[in-house]
Design a protein around this ligand. Sequence first.
Ligand code: GCU
Length: 691
Amino acid sequence: MFETTYDDCWLRYDRVDDALRPGYRRRLTHAYVSEGAPELGAVRAELRRGLEGLLGREPHLWQHPPRSVDSFLAIGHPEEMRPISETIDVDEAWNLADGGFLIRTVEWEGQECTVLTASSDRGLVYGTFHLLRLVATGEPIDDLDVREEPANENRIVNHWDNPFRRSVERGYAGQSIFDWERLPDVRERYFDYARLLASVGIDGVVPNNVNTGIPSRPTENDAVADRAGWQLLARENLEKLEALASVFRRYGIRIYLSVNYAAPIRLGGLETADPLDPGVRQWWKDKVDEIYEIVPDFGGFLVKADSEGQPGPYDYDRSHAEGANVLGEAFEGHDGRVWWRAFVYSEHDDRAVQAYEAFSHIDGEFHDNVTVQIKNGPIDFQPREPISTLFGAMPETSLGCELQLTGEYTGQGVHTASHVPMWKEILEFDTHGDGEERTVKDVLADVEGQGIAGVGVVGEDESWTGNHLLQSNLYGFGRLCWDPDLSSEEITREWARQTFGGDEQVVETVTDILLDSWHACIDYHTGGLGLMHMMYNGEEALENHYDPAPWEWPEYHGATAEGIGVDRTSSGSGYAAQYRDPLTELYDDPESCPEELLLFFHHLPWEYELTDGTTVIQRLYDNLHAGAATVDDLRERWLDLEGSVDERRHRHVTARFDEHALQAKRWRDTLCTYFYEKSGVPDERGRVPTE
Ligand code: GCU
């Protein structure tokens, strides 16, 4: 079958420095990997591939611990490692959270041994990638004492890919990689995608769009003309799903499905999808049983209900809990769960308040098998949003956080915009739930069934992500789900080092570009005071959500002749009142409200003075200019790497930066002009045309 070529991303395994190579070779040339689960096959294959690249020599893989060598690597479950690893506490290893692993350097009857053990097969896969990462980033491995466990139980990528049609909603890197027409034939690319995901600890993939009603495009092939995501629940497609699952299973990753709430009608021929109808309950139960017969390690369902035209329990006057629970019950007796999205809005003037209104009062009513999946902010993946109030409001419910890997509002597949610092800010945010310090990362980490979902970014492009530098968002997502305490800098450096090699100058520059990119993105897209959603929509245009159009959705920024911003205080739309104390107080008062969110919470006069005496309008002009200027600077920094980064990737990213720099100016000029026209207040520095 014809396959496109594609990049290795951070799994390049470039040869390590001459000086370091002998030490690594001594420890890793001989390896014993125990037999058994499919994951161990993946471990062996990755060791061969990784060590050959990094050390220039394939390792010798033994069927048993080798006695004739000074030093070796041993990988297997605690019991299998017991004879070698007296210094490893077997119980400690068995008690690690699923996915966790230990890597320790031990002495064994005069031999040196690097032992990697874990409580599950997927832990051995993660541990193998961890060890390879240490080598790829030039870290010492002579005296290892590594104990790793994932902070979040579930770490899932949600693809918004439309099956059969192979388009990707909000995807900017070409067609979907999932080829449902050809499944159960599997593509090499699935294996490589699974490797990328497993290397950063991701353990779940939803391969189809939450909008399950989108039919295939009209096509010359009638057989696929009317196929849509909801049909993946049909038996013939479940067999295709199992083929996909069998690839991902090797890497410890489970496959899920987005399902349509009206499936009992559309697929089952019932007259209703009312969750309280016994026939509907039975239909879901039978369907879930059927899935597990075909895909024994199926992960569960993702559901977008009563949102943007999707069917849901409101169609039958039932609550979201009643709606979700019929699905949760269907998973009883199976190891799977339902991820029920809280992204609902419609009948209200201020969409920000709606998810809380729909969900907070049904806290505690959800089945144990249901996780409520909440977007990080109340609007929709804007460059910066306040935290969703639901994270502090549902202590009795399993919660998941939904982040966006793809850059729907941050420059799509073109602009270099790292989301990692944004995600750090989100996860570190203190919700004050329960009246105590409770950051979002604490809320997510401590109850069963919780976790983080990221809306997918990859497509069929050679770069996977539309811009090589945006691979760092997929990488960073996995690393943060695994360990939210890692800093943005650590993650970005690690990525740059593995992706662009050991030249310190390159690593430093690429890391700095990415770390500075998010603030620039906020500044030129929003003016940096909490405004948002000022983009062009227009479903027909490729530029959808890419170009500036502040006149299109005036209710989101609230600009009038007198002032700008939206009153979301307790006496306004009430969004601020949905937080726990002392956050309500903090946001309610413009004097204490953090400047970066000021206009999200307040409608203020254009010449309202900020703490340093600058007016709101002047700060907007300044930030918009600063953002665009930073992009020019990021571009220059990248151009300086010519000759130090391979020509192919340098040229590719340069072309993206050329467009990025133009587009940042376009946003700057459009917003500055619009704000000037509304306010009539000229830029003190004379940069905004007054004609
Ligand atoms: C946004 C996005 C849609 C998506 C929706 C969702 O509105 O633009 O493409 O379907 O979010 O998260 O469901």
